[in-house]
Design a binder for this molecule. Structure first.
Ligand code: FAD
Length: 139
C-alpha cells in the first residue's frame, strides 16, 4: 500500500450543526472501512480537511467529498506520499470553531486563519496536531 496524505480547503454551503453531525457519523463509518484517518477543521468560514490512508482509497473518497454540494470551491493544497500517519487516532475527528483556538492559530498564521495563503500542507498538519494536543486529557 502507498500511504498518502491529502489536504484540501473549502467553504461550507448551508451546513448547520445537524448536517455536520450527519457528515461526521457517515465519515467515521466510511473512513473506518476504508482505513482512512484524518481531521476536519472549521475556522473563520473555512473547512480544512486532512485525509490519510492508501493512495487509492484517499483518491476515491476525495472525489466524492469534492463533489458534495454541502461545500464549494474545494481546493487541493497537497496530496503526497508519507511514511507515517499524523492522525492515526481518528477515523475522522471534527474540530469546530472555538475562540480558545485563536491563540494557537495565530502562532501559525498571525493574520488569522486563511488557507488560501498556505503553500505547504505541513503548516496545516502542525497546526491541527497542536490544537489536538492542547485539548484536556480525559480521565
Ligand atoms: P451518498 O450518501 O449516497 O451520497 C450521494 C451524493 O449525495 C453525494 O454526492 C453526497 O455528497 C451527496 N449528499 C449526501 N447527503 C447529502 C445531504 N444531506 N445534502 C446534500 N447532499 C448530500 N465522507 C466520508 O466518507 N469521509 C469523510 O472524511 C468525509 N468528509 C467530508 C467533509 C466535508 C466538508 C463534507 C461536506 C463531506 C464529507 N464527507 C465525507 C461526505 C461525502 O461528501 C459523501 O457524502 C460521503 O462520502 C458519502 O458519499 P456516497 O456518494 O458514497 O453516498
Amino acid at each position: 500500500m502507498f500511504l498518502s496524505r491529502l489536504i484540501y480547503y473549502s467553504h461550507p454551503e448551508h451546513i448547520g450543526t445537524e448536517e455536520l453531525e450527519r457528515i461526521s457519523v457517515v465519515s467515521q463509518a466510511n473512513n473506518y472501512l476504508d482505513g482512512i484517518t484524518g481531521v476536519l477543521f472549521y475556522n473563520g468560514g473555512w473547512f480544512v480537511q486532512v485525509l490519510e490512508g492508501s493512495r487509492t482509497r484517499v483518491s476515491q473518497r476525495y472525489a466524492k467529498i469534492a463533489a458534495d454540494v454541502r461545500h464549494r470551491d474545494v481546493t487541493l493544497i497537497e496530496f503526497k506520499a508519507v511514511t507515517e500517519r499524523m492522525f492515526s487516532e481518528w477515523d475522522m475527528r471534527y474540530i469546530g470553531a472555538d475562540p480558545s483556538h485563536e491563540r494557537i492559530v495565530r502562532r501559525f498564521m498571525p493574520e488569522g486563519f486563511d488557507p488560501t495563503v498556505i503553500y505547504e500542507g505541513d503548516v496545516i498538519t502542525r497546526l491541527l496536531r497542536c490544537l489536538l494536543d492542547s485539548e484536556p486529557r480525559e480521565g
